[in-house]
Design a protein around this ligand. Structure first.
Ligand code: DQA
Length: 146
């Protein structure tokens, strides 16, 4: 099986960005830890981060025929991007939405997500563990449905 992990804007700053909200682990460490977990489960994990909405849309489009599922932390685009929603629905690849922080415990504008209603599931608020939980949930879902 092959999964794609997508991280959106400002997540490249993890480690130094608002550590009281997002913790002090870097994106590089998150990716390498998740790659190890994936390898143990026999899953190949590709990782992609961009600060640009169009680049994220293009990466999602490229994933057709390449990956079985997507894990996505779309960052602030979660709350604003119809283009990302359209890309995810357009390719029809199952995805899990994830967030380090509990977006429902934060500002009102973070309560809205353009992608959660069509996600396999949503994981929010577990810090770096959100990535591991999203991976586990997605894998279990695929094993059940495929
Ligand atoms: C985030 C939550 C978003 O509201 C925010 O814009 C981010 C990170 C999270 O992982 O908690 O950039 O997606």
């Amino acid at each position: 099986m092959r999964f794609l992990l997508i991280n959106g804007p400002n997540l490249n700053l993890l480690g130094s960005r608002e550590p009281s909200i997002y913790g002090s682990i870097t994106l590089e460490s998150i990716e390498s830890n998740l790659k190890k977990k994936a390898q143990d489960e026999g899953v190949q994990l590709d990782c992609f981060q961009s600060n640009f909405e169009g680049a994220l849309v293009e990466r999602i489009q490229q994933a057709v025929g390449e990956v079985d599922a997507i894990l996505i932390n779309a960052g602030a685009y979660t709350h604003t991007s119809i283009a990302l929603r359209d890309a995810l629905l357009g390719v029809g690849i199952p995805y899990v939405e994830l967030h380090l922080s509990n977006t429902f415990g934060r500002e009102q504008f973070r309560h809205k997500s353009f992608i959660s209603d069509r996600a396999v599931g949503v994981v929010s608020g577990f810090g770096v563990m959100s990535y591991q939980l999203a991976f586990q949930g997605l894998l279990a879902h695929l094993n059940e449905t495929q």
